[in-house]
Write a protein that binds this ligand. Structure first.
Ligand code: FMN
Length: 191
């Protein structure tokens, strides 16, 4: 497993800035869970905040509302089948989605919710309760209190050149159809 390193909070938005599909992890009262989410985004730099859509029919929503915490994990291509699986079945029917999907839960650093082993990185978040947004739009806002990344993939606030195709982050369309992130390129900053 990679030797994950803390990510400077002011730079943690960059883990999400390219719009990867994420895994949302949550836990409450001895129950932990994981679901896929294509609809997440950074929301602020400092203190860093994120937004994610969590449907009313999910177990994740119950756990997040009860615990006031969640983690956004950034999975990689090697995990795509598991991402699809945990996005296609509910913890309301499956007792342990980690075991069922082959994903491994590891203890959170600053939250009770676990993170997913093997991801490029993760953001540990405290829920900023906005009842209207949650009820009306299924929109959950969190403040990132700790972030971590595999330094082979994201280091000093920057994504690194991708040496291993299996480590590309994911973008979801629908129906099991994904894109993996492509290669980076640079454009000179305008004067
Ligand atoms: C790739 C992918 C992306 C998804 N994105 C979202 C999302 O952004 N928000 C959401 O509420 N559900 C999304 N889903 C559906 C949930 O992951 C799905 O409802 C899941 O079964 C919920 O699990 P839970 O009930 O165990 O929490 C997505 C599913 C897939 C496969």
């Amino acid at each position: 497993m990679p030797d994950y390193q803390p990510v400077e909070l002011a730079k943690c938005y960059r883990l999400l800035n390219h719009g990867p599909t994420v895994l949302v992890t949550s836990a409450h009262a001895g129950r932990a869970n994981v679901m896929a989410a294509a609809w997440s985004m950074p929301l602020d730099f400092n203190p860093p905040k994120v937004a994610v859509v969590i449907d009313k029919a999910t177990l994740s929503r119950q756990l997040i509302e009860a615990s006031g915490e969640f983690v956004l994990n950034v999975p990689v291509k090697a995990q795509a089948a598991a991402v699809l699986q945990v996005g296609s079945e509910s913890g309301l029917q499956v007792a342990d989605k980690f075991a069922a999907s082959g994903l491994s839960a590891e203890p959170g650093h600053t939250v009770a919710a676990p993170h997913v082993a093997g991801c490029a990185g993760w953001l540990e978040c405290k829920l900023l309760r906005e009842t209207h947004n949650q009820q009306q739009y299924d929109l959950f806002i969190g403040e990132v209190i700790s972030a971590w990344a595999d330094p082979a993939l994201f280091k000093d606030g920057h994504w690194q050149p991708i040496a291993d195709d299996a480590k590309r982050t994911l973008h979801y369309i629908a129906g099991g159809h994904f894109f993996a992130i492509g290669d980076a390129f640079e454009i000179a900053q305008p004067d």
